[in-house]
Design a protein around this ligand. Structure first.
Ligand SMILES: [Fe+2]
Ligand SMILES: [Fe+2]
Length: 398
């Protein structure tokens, strides 16, 4: 049984929540706390799998409670609720939550969110992935500039000028970002020479993933990756990120889903880079076999390492506390049917984007077939053609 602690400082709302969740009492053991302090006392006394808290609590805001939970009980799944429109920015920049949900609580959405999160954990907490990570001598670390950026965004008086200063502080990352935003992918009408200008034109929700991906990708010096091309990875990731965001927008999804789809697209093949760095000759050979035999690369990886680049990338991003929808999109980008998702999510966007681009350009070497089984499950079979045309391809026959 999953042990869940709910926290809200408004007694009527807490009572309402308790009533609406009564039907889950056979699968969840639930406790309800009336303040952040009370929640911390209960957490100290017994283990909870999930903490679900309201954001807006004057005495101890939900973001602060989750920060303490992350520090003291890092294994606990952390979910943050906020009223519609209320402190939207604060909610988006709170990094301690695995998931953000809007109030009033939709019990079915909460149930789906918790079951998705647990299936992700079950998948990532297996020994094969941990063994593979244990064998890797060189692992990327979360870039300092990204951590600093997230801290600035969480600060009550965060400023755009300071955001620009932070990114500019890392000269090589700023240079990579400027190179990318001036590429044809972003189609900007002017040449951008400063990161603050890039933020003003593209928005922080685009620049933030570029900071993280550049900071991660460029920890691997060129020349030590065998035949693996870092510049190809940057191009492929950018294409998938833009296409995944486009598909998400076409589905009329929330802005947060569009941002998650973009971030997941930028990072979906991070695991490939880690494998190229650690097993360069062996990985070159594996990619050659994938190309020559038309076998999906991730299948060859799993046969060799018992885990693949999707597992590896998702594992690292999960460790660094990136939001669960991003981690889910990465771990199942080649096999979305293995997830528990039964609705359109960033996972569907990244999977579809990559498959549709591969079908058109046939350049990824990843051999990504779109999963019709998954599209049928999420009720989007008839949307593939619309997505394909929007991405500049041909209409698709389902
Ligand atoms: Fe890919
Ligand atoms: Fe991939």
């Amino acid at each position: 049984m999953i042990e869940i602690l709910f926290v809200d400082d408004q007694p009527e709302q807490l009572a309402e929540l308790e009533k609406s969740l009564r039907r889950f009492r056979n699968e969840w053991s639930m406790e309800f706390a009336g303040s952040g302090q009370e929640a911390l006392r209960r957490l100290a006394n017994r283990q909870f799998d999930v903490v679900v808290t309201d954001l807006n609590m004057p005495e101890m805001p939900g973001g602060e409670l989750l920060r303490q939970v992350q520090e003291r009980w890092p294994q606990t799944v952390r979910i943050l609720f906020s009223g519609r429109g209320e402190c939207q920015e604060a909610m988006q920049s709170t990094t301690s939550a695995h998931q953000h949900l809007a109030k009033p609580c939709d019990p079915d959405l909460l149930e789906m969110t918790i079951s998705d999160t647990f299936s992700l954990r079950y998948h990532l907490e297996n020994d094969a992935i941990r063994d593979l990570v244990g064998r890797l001598g060189q692992l990327p670390t979360l870039p300092d500039v990204y951590t600093e950026l997230m801290h600035e965004l969480e600060a009550p008086n965060s400023s755009v000028a300071r955001v620009g200063d932070i990114i500019r502080g890392d000269v090589s990352i700023s240079a990579k970002i400027l190179q990318l935003v001036n590429s044809s992918y972003f189609g900007l009408p002017v040449h951008v020479t400063d990161v603050s200008h890039a933020v003003a034109l593209l928005g922080l929700n685009v620049v933030k993933p570029l900071v993280l991906s550049s900071g991660l990708f460029h920890q691997f010096a060129p020349g030590s990756l065998g035949e693996f091309s870092l510049s190809y990875l940057v191009d492929h990731s950018t294409e998938v990120a833009l296409a995944a965001r486009c598909v998400t927008q076409l589905e009329g999804a929330a802005p947060e889903d569009c941002d998650h789809a973009f971030m997941a697209g930028m990072l979906h093949d991070l695991g490939q880079l880690v494998l190229a760095k650690n097993f360069s000759a062996q990985y070159d050979q594996m990619r050659a076999v994938a190309r020559d035999s038309d076998t999906p690369l991730h299948e060859l990886e799993t046969a060799e390492f018992e885990a693949n680049h999707a597992d590896l990338g998702a594992y690292l991003l999960g460790l660094w506390g990136l939001p669960a929808p991003i981690v889910e999109a990465i771990v199942w980008h080649h096999a979305p049917f293995q997830s528990t998702h039964d609705r359109f999510t960033p996972l569907a966007a990244v999977h579809a984007a990559e498959s549709l681009l591969a079908r058109r350009t046939n350049a990824t070497g990843e051999n990504s077939e779109i999963s019709h089984e998954f599209l049928a499950r999420i009720g989007r079979t008839d949307r593939v053609s619309v997505w394909s045309v929007a991405l500049g391809g041909e209409p698709q026959v389902a």
